[in-house]
Design a protein around this ligand. Structure first.
Ligand SMILES: CC(C)(COP(=O)(O)OP(=O)(O)OC[C@H]1O[C@@H](n2cnc3c(N)ncnc32)[C@H](O)[C@@H]1OP(=O)(O)O)[C@@H](O)C(=O)NCCC(=O)NCCS
Length: 155
């Protein structure tokens, strides 16, 4: 298995994984995420592909795309409250159901860390939904820790 940047002719396969990921979100937070995988969401992969601030990384398991990640370079200007923030954000992250618990995601994180260091980033961030305990277990297993929380109250 190798981890590398995606090729344009792989975007359709990547969309199959984006669909799996979206289903997890629609099941876990149905009041927030729209169900289904409409054309607009499918075609959003081309917006990502064409954005110079974003990169798509894939795990290639013997010629089959078994995982993908979307990376986004975020630059938040200084405000009266905060210093400028410049970091690499992990936006979408999914390993194909058939390939989970085989270290695919761990290898993608290693690739991302090397890339982030090469690009001069001082930190990697991501946000995730609280219902997704498996993702939290994974992110903590590879060294992420929580530094901020979103809270809600149903009325
Ligand atoms: C979360 C996800 C990316 C992990 O991918 P993976 O390739 O299976 O992860 P790895 O095999 O590299 O796991 C490394 C370690 O993370 C932890 N881990 C991974 N998946 C876990 C799970 N389902 N439950 C508990 N711990 C888990 C374990 O410590 C694991 O080590 P181990 O297998 O030796 O116990 C994958 O389950 C996935 O794609 N889930 C659906 C999409 C998703 O939720 N993405 C995140 C959205 S924010």
């Amino acid at each position: 298995m190798i981890v590398r940047f995606a090729k344009e002719n792989e975007l359709t396969k990547i969309n199959e994984l984006r669909k799996q990921l979206h289903e997890i979100h629609t099941e876990g937070k149905p009041e927030v995420f729209k169900s289904g995988f409409p054309d607009e969401l499918r075609d959003h992969i081309y917006t990502i592909w064409n954005d110079p601030e974003q990169e798509i990384v894939v795990a290639d398991c013997d010629g089959s795309i078994c995982g993908f990640v979307v990376l986004n370079h975020i630059l938040k200007p200084e405000t009266p409250y905060m210093y400028e923030r410049d970091y690499l954000d992990i936006d979408e992250f999914c390993v194909d159901k058939a390939y989970r618990r085989q270290n695919v995601a761990t290898k993608m994180i290693s690739f991302i860390k090397d890339y982030a260091r090469d690009q001069g980033f001082g930190r990697i961030e991501l946000n995730m939904w609280e219902f997704n305990c498996e993702a939290l277990d994974f992110y903590e297993a590879v060294g992420f820790h929580t530094y901020r929380r979103y809270m809600e109250m149903d009325l």
